[in-house]
Design a binder for this molecule. Structure first.
Ligand code: CA
Length: 359
């Protein structure tokens, strides 16, 4: 090859490399900005910390190329409009709870938690290693969205009660604040679930306008102060593993470069798991201080006949849904089959451990 030809070739290669390097640098430097709407008010403990944690992780892992701004409910004014806003592309990401949309899309119910359903580790197994994530995307895909696990509260408590529940007769006419599917179960047993704004719940319980209030667990109940005015804290049956969700607009997600898609997914998964651990921590700390301040709080579980009746009614409500919709049936069967195996293991591991060493 002559020197002239070689130089020409070399120049061509250099130019090509330089062009490639320039466009590569541009792609690397481009900052992608996403807007997130959360159902929660500003600075909501734990739930609101999860979105901040997710955004900070995405920013640092992407070296500043993925910036997520968060609007709380005071800004967007539509805490229960998050589904519609992400669907319409008004926001790119939403942070909420899937069961809030059950009136709009019945099959969204299954992806938060189910009465008598899986515990958090079992349910994370179903989401990440079983069929959970695929089924959730099948439900949300029809609305141009992905949905990912968004943080877990662990087992929620059955609620703060003014009087003891000794039998099914005590359930009749019981005025209880409890939303969602569990409220439907209570109603079928003769209770009267009521819907009261969070800010009015303390007064309603204190003045006995309601007999009982279900909220979350010590981590968040402590701020509501129910333990100061209701003596009995019932253990849970209805929300064994409430998982929040990150909804992501599909078109917006697909526009992200592959590495940022992966970073976003990793940030969501990490922050979701962090919320589960943070809730466990804060419940331990809060329960310790509640017990010290109010040593007369009684922790009780509902009697067996009440639990059995709840389980029966719960099964009937699920069967009604499955009969109407093949996808509902498929999701229910997937959960039941996964839980059968996961629970058999929980029984001889965590449960047996705690039972065998308890004093
Ligand atoms: Ca609850």
């Amino acid at each position: 090859m002559s020197t002239k030809k070689y130089n020409k070739l070399f120049t061509g290669v250099s130019l090509c490399c330089a062009m490639f390097a320039t466009s590569f640098a541009q792609a690397e430097d481009k900052v992608y900005r996403l807007k997130l709407a959360e159902t929660w008010g500003p600075n909501t403990p734990i739930l609101g910390e999860t979105t901040k944690n997710m955004a900070a992780l995405a920013d640092s892992m992407s070296n500043g190329r993925l910036k997520i701004t968060i609007d709380s409910a005071n800004k967007h004014k539509a805490p229960f409009g998050v589904f519609d806003m992400v669907r319409a592309g008004q926001y790119d990401i939403g942070h909420s709870a899937s069961y809030y949309w059950k009136g709009k899309v019945p099959n969204t119910l299954y992806f938060t938690t189910m009465p008598f359903g899986m515990t958090a580790p079992e349910q994370y197994g179903w989401f990440y290693h079983g069929e959970g994530q695929d089924l959730m995307n099948e439900v949300y895909g029809k609305f141009g969205m992905y949905s990912f696990p968004g943080g877990n509260t662990g087992v929620q408590m059955g609620g703060w009660f003014q009087k003891e529940i000794n039998s099914l007769d005590d359930v009749k006419g019981l005025k209880i604040r409890i939303p969602g599917f569990a409220g439907e179960v209570w109603a079928k047993l003769g209770a009267k679930p009521v819907n009261i704004a969070p800010g009015d719940l303390y007064t309603a319980l204190e003045r006995r306008t309601v007999d009982a209030v279900e909220w979350v667990g010590p981590s968040l109940d402590i701020r509501m102060g129910f333990h100061k005015i209701a003596p009995i804290y019932y253990t849970g049956w209805h929300e064994p593993a409430s998982e929040l969700q990150f909804m992501v607009n599909k078109k917006k997600f697909e526009k992200l470069p592959a590495d940022l898609q992966q970073i976003l997914k990793t940030a969501m998964r990490t922050s979701a798991y962090d919320m589960y651990i943070q809730t466990h921590h804060e419940s331990g700390v809060s329960w310790d201080s509640m017990k010290k301040e109010f040593p007369n709080i009684q922790v009780k579980s509902f009697p067996t006949d009440v639990i059995d009746a709840m389980r029966k009614v719960n099964g009937e409500l699920l069967a009604e849904r499955a009969a109407k919709d093949p996808l509902a049936k498929r999701i229910q069967e997937s959960q039941a089959e996964y839980m059968r195996k996961a629970r058999a293991w929980t029984e001889i591991s965590d449960k047996a451990y705690l039972n065998s060493i308890s004093k």
